[in-house]
Structures are given as C-alpha cells and as structure tokens.
Write a protein that binds this ligand. Structure first.
Ligand code: SF4
Length: 283
C-alpha cells in the first residue's frame, strides 16, 4: 500500500505524475490537488526560503495540455470516486479542499496559462466541483500585468478562484535580498492592484530571521505603509496569509535563515490588522 500522506509528506512525485500531485494541507485541513506547471524547477525569482530543490532561473516549459488534463482527471477520479482518501489520507483530513496551482516555479510563466485555467475549470465541472472547492493560484505576481495572465485571472474569478500573491517586502532592498529580484516595489504594488481587481487576492507573506535578525523596523514600517495604501486606494485585497518558515529552504542561503518565534508573528499580524487587513497566521 502506498504511504499515507501527512503534512510533512507531500512529495510532488508521490503520484508518479508529471504535473499533478496530492498534498495534505495543514493550512487547509484537507487534501489539496497540486498542479505543478514547472516540472523543470524554473522560476524567474530565487527566494532565499524557496523549498524547490535544484531551483534554476527560467520559465515554465511548454505544457502538454492533454497530459495535464488526463492526470487531473485520474487524480480526481481516485479522490472523488476511488479509495484515495481511505488508503492515503489520515483520519480527520479526508476532505478535498482545493486545486492549487503551486509548483516548482512561477505558474503564470506558462505560456498557455489561460488555457490551463480553462482546462482545470472544465475538469472541475466534470466532477461537479465548481463552487464546491477552491481553485488557488500561488504566484509571485511578477507577470500579473501581462494580458494572457490577466485573461487567466478573469477565468479564475469565474471559477470562484483565489490568488495568493507573494508580498514579502515593500522595499527594493528587501525584495532584492529575500526574493532576489530587481523588480521595484512600486511595480509590484501595481501588479498586486491589477490582480486584486480581477480575482479575489490574498497577500502571501513569509517572515523569518536572516542572519539572526528579524525584519528591521524600516522593513516592517514599509510593509505596513503598503497595507495602509491598499486600504486608502480601496484595492480589494482579502487579507494577509502570514507564514513563518514551515519547511527548510533548499537554497544556498538556507543556513542563514531561522524561524521567528510564533509570538513575533502574532505581534506583527496584530499591527497588520490595525492597519486594516485581516490576517491568517501559519507559524
Ligand atoms: S517565487 Fe516561489 S517558486 Fe519562485 S523562487 Fe520564490 S518561492 Fe520559489
């Protein structure tokens, strides 16, 4: 019998598929079907906490849409009609929670992104899952100003989709040191605003100590100013998903990173709430 999946056992190869993998999500308290559009481990960013092994700079390869569709159908057949839940999932979390575009790189870099959302919607409809489970896009948001990505976000909204938009820092130096990108915070803010107008969007923020130091007062102030600006400009973000270091980084900087105490996360969450946004904390 295959091993049961646990919150620490969500190997993307566990289903033997190229694009689709099952995860028991501690955050969601159920099973998430992951869709990995970056089997080449390529991302246009290189976040220091990234859990992708052998991460390289680049974009998603051409996606074999027929294979993706058949893998997704096979996985959902096993979960919805088969014995997947009984044989692979521990008691208490035997619930299909979502389909998540969350892979080993940036999913919106797939050229066929809007067609892929359409395909997922078609498969979800075939299992009568539209509106019953979430469709989540986990993205660094760096391509959210591209027309084809915006087309995909509109299609996601029609499927009750949700975007988790990476927003670790609101300073140029923070984005350089954490995400290793030279994108300016202003540009990223514009992309966030664009995504939020098209599809319900959460900020996804990871906090940790780098070389023993938590985010500086200036970093925290810049982040809170960005939250206040979102409120002031009535940009309809849903809130903040605030994460600690749940799993070890697979990047060369791993040894420089340490988790912050949960009290630190809670205190920061409180200041974000005071700035006007709901926060969900996952230490
Ligand atoms: S954006 Fe995501 S996949 Fe890309 S480097 Fe950062 S954490 Fe890794």
């Amino acid at each position: 019998m295959p091993a049961q999946l646990t919150p620490t056992n969500h190997d993307r190869d566990s289903a033997g598929m190229t694009y689709v993998y099952p995860v028991v999500s501690r955050r969601a308290g159920g099973v998430s079907v992951g869709v990995n559009l970056n089997p080449n481990n390529a991302c246009n960013w290189a976040c220091v906490y990234c859990q992708v092994p052998d991460l390289t700079r680049g974009t998603a390869p051409d996606i074999d849409l027929a294979q993706l569709e058949s893998e997704l159908r096979a996985m959902l057949t096993d979960i919805v009609h088969g014995d997947f839940m009984r044989t692979r999932v521990p008691d208490g979390v035997r619930r299909l929670n979502d389909i998540a575009l969350s892979g080993n790189g940036e999913p919106t870099s797939a050229r066929a992104f809007p067609q892929i959302i359409e395909l997922i919607g078609r498969v979800m409809a075939g299992f009568d899952l539209v509106g019953k489970i979430k469709l989540v896009l986990i993205t660094n948001g760096s391509l959210a100003d591209r027309p084809r990505v915006q087309d995909g976000l509109r299609k996601m909204a029609a499927l009750d989709g949700e975007v988790w938009f990476k927003f670790d820092s609101a300073t140029a130096s923070g984005m350089r040191s954490i995400n290793q990108t030279r994108i300016t915070p202003e540009k990223q803010f514009e992309r966030l605003a664009a995504a939020a107008q098209l599809c319900p969007t959460w900020l996804q923020t990871c906090v940790f100590a780098l070389d023993g130091a938590p985010p500086s007062d200036a970093e925290q102030a810049a982040y809170l100013a960005a939250v206040a600006r979102l409120r002031k400009q009535k940009i309809p973000v849903q809130g903040v998903l605030l994460y600690g270091l749940a799993r070890p980084s697979m990047q060369p900087q791993a040894s420089r990173l340490t988790a912050l105490p949960s009290e630190w996360l809670e205190a920061f969450a409180e200041t974000i709430r005071q700035a006007g946004l709901p926060v969900k904390v996952s230490p």
